[in-house]
Ligand binder design. Sequence first.
Ligand code: BTN
Length: 256
Amino acid sequence: MQNNIFSGLFVGQNFVTLKEVDSTNNFLKDLVSNSKPLMEGTVIMAENQFAGRGQQQNGWFTEPGKNLTFSLLLKPHFLDIADQFDLVRVISLGVFDALEPLAGKKLKIKWPNDIYYDDHKLGGILIENLIQAGQIRNSIIGIGINVNQERFPEILPDAISLRQILHQDYDLKTLIAEICRNIEAWYLNLKAAKILNVRNTYLSRLYWLNEKRSFKSQKGIFKGIIKNVKDNGLLIVEDNNQQQVEFSLKQIEFQK
Ligand code: BTN
């Protein structure tokens, strides 16, 4: 479908909206595997997802019609598999840059790719890479942003919406267009090999960077300081013995 809300070169130029779907990531994945080649930058947005998926096998629950739930197709053939975390970085930065003018200084990226306002989760990202012959053929990038939801159920004590921050509704189409514009800009930066800019900017936006905080690992609760993120995406936390320890997502929890 042609449209005029997206100002970029390719992200959003093929834009499909669905009334209801299980998950936009599932829908886009099926489309990629069942149809003729799909244009890079295709965006599938749903008014309602009845089986939205989050990271680590969690669900993604949102009130129908109130929030952004969409998936975007990228084909980062230029990216080494070893550098796939750079895709996490550019997507997080794109979402961050679209929201920061609205939400302000309290907006952060919680490693690896949650969008946080203060100590609350404003949005999440689920990237599923389809790898073939040692190359990322297709990347399905699912993005959920809490926009106009007024309250959240008790099972989501950490969630916050843009409406709760701004005290007014925000237009979903305007926001998705801004997110897509910013993702495209960061993605093109990465493609142009501006990798250091991508990595340094991502690091500078991190929640709890250089702050002494509580974490939980296999060894129990400990105080530590986030110092860096390795090229491959592992989090580097300095513990009480000044040791720099590396963690994958499953190995560490932030203790708020
Ligand atoms: C997370 O923080 O756990 C990631 C949440 C990702 C949610 C989005 S909503 C659109 C897309 N479709 C899904 O089923 N999940 C992602």
